[in-house]
Design a protein around this ligand. Structure first.
Ligand code: TRP
Length: 453
């Protein structure tokens, strides 16, 4: 007999889990440094447009496939498009979140390390400035310490996924998400009180369009995909746990708004501090991890206890956000092995967590002992990030919108998005138009600019 599929409890639980997946290192770690690389306020505007006009419709498309089929991504494609090659899209979108998880877990590990350091009063004014700002570089290029924290992080992720949808994912997200919000608002307030921080606020509010290169558009879309967890079947898998009565459009909009807000708030937590610390906004992936120890170190000169508390709070925030996202990446593969291969949840989780961890080891070492090995001129870590964000996610997203906009019958799509004609009836035309035309065309244009420019 088929076991009954688990469900999220109610609307709050759906949004908490989906926003839990969306809000993560992508918002706190990736958004500020990408924003810094592409020039500040003007990039934010492009990012908001990309999120609402291209990314959100793809979110709807994935939700439709997930809830319609109530299966993992591979099974969903096989059920909705039997006997076609679509199932290979499903398979690809099971592999890509695992690839992302491999390097995501390394960065998650960095936040574990920084949390430990904060708790042991390491950022409290005892060290010289050079030591603090150089710490990040020395840490990630060392061999063992980052591997240990990567392992710890992956173990935490596997622990939550082992608990299942309701007891693991839902319960954890419902507590972690509101907490996260409170913590980050607190950090923003602190950050704005730092001397010199107003330059950071101006940087975020005053657009300078001369900084917008054509790559900035691609980067904005890539970031929007990453941040909403799109294009790899995460949303699809979570939507398969959403009840029939739930309003998919409302959950999608709720999630996208949480995600956007959180990215903007994170930018206001990070950029003012970057300017106060005199660090260049275009410093790249180390931005958050270099800026904050510096700030906490300064704070610690007068008030070591406060500094330890604030810094621990900050890295705990990052860790909690990273965890709720990482579990969603692992869940995609676990759902596949459970649904399609009949594997036990436990075995599936352990097998996938271990294989992903192994790939992560290479990513971690690529900052140190393996830094000489380059793929297309990039370190293993950067190569995976570029491959996923610039190519696999948009490609997956394109496939999902084409599937829903052009392959599935309009009546089925309408049925799913309007719950059989009971909600969103007026909105449907607009949403369908975005899914069918604007989203795919937007992605194709960005691809073309990536290839040609
Ligand atoms: N969106 C998450 C973040 O912002 C990361 C994430 C979770 C993700 N699941 C994903 C990214 C699937 C891409 C694909 O940190």
């Amino acid at each position: 007999m088929m076991k009954q599929r688990e469900h999220f409890g109610n609307r709050f639980a759906v949004i908490a889990a989906m926003a839990g997946s969306a809000v993560g290192l992508g918002n706190i770690w990736r958004f500020p440094y990408v924003l810094g690389e592409y020039g500040g306020a003007a990039f934010i505007l492009v990012y908001i447009a990309a999120s609402l006009l291209v990314a959100l419709p793809i979110f709807f498309a994935e939700s439709v496939i997930g809830r319609r089929s109530r299966l993992d991504t591979f099974g969903a494609m096989r059920k909705l498009a039997p006997g076609t090659a679509w199932k290979w899209v499903g398979l690809l979108t099971i592999l890509s979140p695992l690839l992302i998880l491999s390097y995501y877990s390394v960065v998650g590990g960095w936040s574990v390390e920084f949390l430990f350091k904060a708790l042991s009063f390491d950022f409290t004014g005892a060290s010289t400035e050079e030591e603090v700002s150089g710490f990040f570089g020395r840490f990630i290029s060392s061999t063992w310490q980052p591997l240990i924290t990567h392992t710890l992080f992956m173990a935490l992720v596997a622990g939550v996924v082992l608990g299942g949808v309701k007891k693991g994912i839902e319960r954890f997200s419902k507590v972690a998400m509101p907490l996260l919000f409170v913590l980050i608002v607190f950090i923003v307030i602190y950050s704005l009180t730092l001397p010199g921080s107003m330059a950071g606020v101006t940087y975020l509010l005053k657009p300078d369009f001369s900084h917008l290169t054509s790559q900035a558009y691609a980067a904005a879309l890539g970031q929007a995909f990453f941040s909403l967890s799109l294009g790899v079947g995460t949303v699809l898998t979570y939507a398969s746990y959403v009840k029939k009565e739930e309003n998919l459009v409302a959950s999608g909009v709720g999630t996208a708004i949480c995600d956007l807000l959180f990215a903007l708030i994170a930018a206001f937590a990070v950029m003012p501090a970057v300017f106060a610390a005199g660090i260049a906004p275009e410093s790249g992936p180390g931005l958050v991890f270099q800026t904050f120890p510096y700030i906490f170190n300064k704070m610690g000169e007068g008030m070591p206890i406060v500094s330890a508390l604030v810094s621990a709070t900050f890295f705990l925030t990052i860790l909690a956000a990273a965890l709720t996202s990482a579990i969603s990446m692992l869940e995609v593969g676990v759902a596949f092995l459970v649904d399609e291969r009949g594997m036990k949840r436990r075995t599936a989780t352990l097998v996938l967590a271990f294989s992903t961890w192994l790939v992560g080891v290479l990513c971690s070492l690529s900052f140190g002992s393996l830094s000489g090995i380059k793929l297309l001129g990039l370190s293993f870590f950067d190569f995976l990030d570029t491959l996923c964000s610039d190519w696999l996610l948009p490609l997956g997203g394109l496939a999902f919108t084409i599937f829903v906009g052009w392959w599935m019958s309009k009546a089925d799509v309408r049925d799913e998005l309007t719950n059989g004609g009971t909600v969103n009836v007026k909105l449907f035309r607009g949403v369908y138009f975005l899914m069918r035309y604007l989203a795919p065309v937007g992605i194709i244009l960005v691809f073309l600019s990536n290839i040609l420019l």
